[in-house]
Design a protein. Structure first.
Length: 74
């Protein structure tokens, strides 16, 4: 399953909003340095979608606010 994620780093609180089918806005407290924001995005999506972190990967946009994320099938 692939979906689009828009990330807003340095937010006051960490949370996820659904923007539409397969589109999410993920607000994270972490700064966009040293991969910290990406790690927090994966952790939040894992909790929100109730899948292990190991099944979530960022396909594109590692250094961008707009990302393409994939969840591996079991």
């Amino acid at each position: 399953m692939k979906f689009s994620v828009r990330v807003k780093p340095n937010s006051k609180e960490s949370r996820i909003e659904e923007l539409g089918p397969n589109q999410f806005l993920v607000k994270v407290k972490a700064p966009p340095r040293e991969n910290k924001a990406n790690q927090e995005v994966i952790a939040l999506l894992s909790k929100y979608l109730q899948v292990p972190k190991s099944r979530i990967s960022i396909l594109s946009g590692l250094k961008s606010k707009q990302k393409m994320v994939k969840i591996e099938e079991q």
